[in-house]
Design a protein around this ligand. Sequence first.
Ligand code: DX5
Ligand code: ZN
Length: 222
Amino acid sequence: MKKFFIAPSILSADFSRLGEDVQKALSAGGDIVHFDVMDNHYVPNLTIGPMVLKSLKDYKITAPIDVHLMVKPVDNLIPIFAKSGADCITIHPETTDHVDKTLTLIKNSGCKVGLGFNPSTSLSILDYTMDKIDIILLMGVNPGFSGQSFIPKMLDKLREIRIRIDKFFPNILLEVDGGIKLSNISDIASAGADIFVVGSAIFSSKNYFKIIQNMKSKLYSI
Ligand code: DX5
Ligand code: ZN
């Protein structure tokens, strides 16, 4: 049976007690920690950096941490995040002049390699990058903030990426980020996603266990 992964996005967590809140989401069934880094330049918001990542590692968060870099320029930060404990680093093609080189930099830093697509980013960049990628991330919203609504047209784009993965590199995992709720997770799974980044739907809920288990039962019944 296909495996699905829920990745709580800590952008919506309680930063005054981050370690505890992240651990709570993992104990409730979260599989991967999604760590959103924003620079108020590539995206209109400013969030967290490598020191916070290291603090989570020191707090003994053992789940894999996927660092989603929404920063421009991006290259200089890659070795720093790798050293601070990133397991996977995802970048956006618009944040580097040399995508191939940046993907190699991530791989050489010992992390899994993710490439992210905004709602309007062309998929043509996949033509010459798929052999270097472990994860393709498709944004369901324009990056910058949690709590936005999923853009329905992204279901078509998701199906298109799924076709490319199945045809050429079936080991690549397909991750969707932004606007995932209990009400649309089945449609997103049916369109081909493997990893579901969920921010506000988990952290604004009173019962993390209940929301994550409800999402998983929807996933395993499609
Ligand atoms: C958006 C971030 C997302 C965000 C998801 O730019 O990359 O990871 O936190 O949050 P929700 O699930 O609330 O859309
Ligand atoms: Zn993200």
